[in-house]
Design a binder for this molecule. Sequence first.
Ligand code: NAP
Length: 529
Amino acid sequence: MQTTGNQIIANNLTKSGSDTFYAKNPATGEQLATEFVEATAEEIDRAVQKAEEAFVIYRKKSDQERADFLDKIGEEIMNLGDTLLELCHQETGLPMGRLTGERGRTVNQLKLFAELLRDGTWVDARIDTAMPDRQPLPKPDIRQMQIALGPVGVFGASNFPLAFSIAGGDTASALAAGCTVVVKGHPAHPGTSELVGRAIAQAVESSGMPAGTFSLVQGKSVEVGMGIVQHPLIKAIGFTGSFRGGKALFDAANQRDEPIPVYAEMGSINPVFVLPEALKQRSDKIAEGWVGSLTLGVGQFCTNPGVLVSMNSEETTQFLKVAEQSLSSLSTGAMLTNQISEVYQSAVNQMSQIEEVATVATSQRSDAATAAEGQIFSTSAQRFLTNSELSDEVFGPSSLHVTAQSKNEMLEVAKNLEGHLTATLHATDRDLEEYADLVAILERKVGRLLVNGFPTGVEVCHSMVHGGPYPATTDSRTTSVGTLAIKRFTRPISYQNFPQNGLPQALKNENPLRIFRLVNGKLTQEPTS
Ligand code: NAP
């Protein structure tokens, strides 16, 4: 299948703008052949208008119908075969093995939301039956469930061209919730976006969904994305990317006449704390694991471990020696775009010039056009606490080791952290007992706490939180990975004193969907009377 460079608006391939752009192979620097056209304001408006028209129909489709649709999207993505992976490899420089895995993750994510819909309990049905004889006033019959918000705008992320892009977690969870979706493709992989967009359009058609259920608009200027956020018919936004981008969209959404929620997942340094007994027992293994994690995917993961803290000790000296050997023997690959590699280069240059920051190790440089050298820096906890630049995310294969002189200093480092996606502890059981206060501090700072692992690798499941307090995200109450993500695109509604035949299936007395419901405060699958 050839790419066309068109927008996909309500299942039509269209092209009316005059501003054009091309994808570039980051490994070779070569420009790819397809000319992509930036979406015009009129096209964005049309996509959103169609999404609103479709929403009226799509939101009323049953959970079973939406589940089949999500499965169908997965099938259509698989039907693209190697064409998708090869083009994606050219546009992103990511290895084929990684992309094959990411495609699997994308399809499984769609399947997981389909299963959630088939189970049905996700609507969180609550029923309080009437008590007409209650004194002094009768109690009405009140029933609550979650319903879809409306058309949602989604931004594809550069670093996961499949799993956080056109059919990624934001799109999957919004479609599962019953929302229609307008996606802004990331300009670093427009061909991948188009192919996946066409797979979704195919699934829309064969599943009998209304045409405006899904649209894809492409563009290289911020106006395209802003056009979606500022459109009055858009009711929520999903975004993964930089703090600057996420915050700009969040601010724009709040300045609308009708402010809307923006679920932006932004930067994070994902601190790792190596506690004394664990460091004594297995410093070499932790050092090797750290280097593996910080260089994985050329460090272009939002869960990249950007800071590691341990106590001043002989074991820390040995730990850094192993990390140095491990990193200097590696060669890191191509970064996703010129811009990302330039920003990375400038951030590591800046880091190396900060007083009292030493370079511990540098990896070998590959010959890719956007090659990046992995870096490990080190500094003292005192320096880290007094220089806020050292807490900034460096997006790429770089990490900073921080040496604490005492447990108190380690706690101070933790207390001074902003919000992050994850924090990791390398610890024995005894360490965990002795550092319970560190865990208590970190609980207030992050969305996911890990023990004896590394934060890269985010499982897609029911209990995952890929989120965290600001500035890691713009809303710490939810997640962008896992089934809880569906709640970002729904809101609760109560039906008071509705007759049975006017109620949604999920709230009828006989419980035709056989879902779990909270009936008069008790969770049950039984019908009610
Ligand atoms: P980005 O600059 O945040 O862009 C992501 C998407 O948002 C793009 O489609 C971009 O459109 C759009 N956008 C950005 N700023 C906007 C604005 N002010 N108004 C409207 N739309 C806007 O991220 P990126 O291009 O992927 O990479 C740049 C940097 O982001 C990286 O160096 C890294 O620091 C960070 N990043 C973080 C994560 C993470 O997971 N936390 C992931 C990827 C990147 P245009 O491209 O058309 O401007």
